[in-house]
Design a binder for this molecule. Structure first.
Ligand code: DHB
Ligand code: FE
Length: 287
């Protein structure tokens, strides 16, 4: 049986890619942001996952306004990174896990999620930057990935409730996977930010902190918001929070908050990071 080791949720601002390229981790602007990551890196190094299932958003790299899947699941043997316009360096290709991807897809479709299946898929900054933050140092990636994109680009967006149920369904798929892999679930994006329009630069710290708090013990509380509520409270791109909701919902039972970090701003974004562990993992370690 597979082991779900936990979930990590992280922002994915493209400027992080530039900071990594230039080695600016100790720069006064960047230091308070990067300082949040070593505890998450240490937790990952200890948890030793074989696979990362990643809820994130495609920002116009695979899908554009002419063809926009609400949810798409990668089922490729390899995923290459390409530049969707930010000019940050691309990273090494990721190995996929087609068998696990198809098991996730089978479960989602059985649960009435009509997902788009992608046997060819590129991955953008929303996947690569959290990966680079959690597994620093470059070179080949030590985990295979199952990428799951959620539309946050073109309305109508899915609702937080739908994101929660998507995460639960993926959690059921992972719990029923007969392989013996150790699996970590990632959710990327957020927290509050708006890149365009009259509210460009909008950040809502009280709302972000409320969400980070709710995600630990009462994530369902966040499902009472509509997608448009999230736009109002967290900004047009703050709807990326839905990937955090999905990742948290994929964990079985109660969880322990291993680590949390929040720093405002990084570029136009309130940057957040959380690490959750299922209580079952804590009990198994103690036994
Ligand atoms: C920024 C944040 C994002 O989530 C993104 O996808 C692109 C840019 C930013 O704050 O610059
Ligand atoms: Fe984004």
């Amino acid at each position: 049986m597979a082991t779900i080791v936990g979930a990590v949720t992280s922002s994915h601002v493209p400027a992080i890619g530039r900071a990594l390229e230039k080695g600016l981790q100790q720069d006064p602007y960047w230091q308070p942001f990067f300082a949040g990551y070593p505890p998450a890196q240490r937790w990952i190094a200890q948890a030793k996952p074989d696979v990362a299932v990643v809820f994130y958003q495609d920002h116009g790299l695979n899908f554009f306004l002419d063809a926009m899947p609400t949810f798409a699941v990668g089922a490729a043997a390899e995923y290459r990174n390409a530049d969707e316009g930010w000019g940050i360096p691309t990273v090494a290709p990721f190995r996929g896990d087609p068998a696990l991807s198809w098991h996730v897809i089978e479960t989602l479709v059985a649960d009435e999620f009509d997902v788009t299946t992608c046997q060819r898929m590129l991955v953008d900054h929303a996947l690569t930057l959290p990966m680079a933050l959690l597994w620093p140092g470059g070179g080949a990636w030590p985990v295979r990935i199952v990428p799951i994109t959620m539309n946050h680009v073109q309305h109508p967006l899915p609702s937080p409730r739908r994101a929660y149920r998507l995460g639960q369904s993926v959690g059921r798929a992972l719990a029923s996977w007969p392989g013996d892999e150790r699996i970590v679930v990632l959710g990327t994006g957020g927290l509050s930010h708006q890149l365009d329009g009259r509210r460009a630069g909008f950040i809502n710290k009280p709302f972000d902190l409320m969400c980070m708090d709710a995600l630990v013990d009462e994530p369902e509380k966040l499902t009472r918001y509509s997608a448009l509520d999230l736009v109002r409270e967290a900004g047009a791109q703050g709807t990326e929070l839905m990937a955090w909701i999905a990742a948290r919902a994929a964990l079985p039972g109660r969880v322990r908050k291993v680590h949390a970090h929040y720093h405002v701003p990084v570029s136009n974004t309130a940057a957040g990071l959380m690490v959750f562990e299922p209580e079952s993992a804590v009990l198994a370690r103690a036994a």
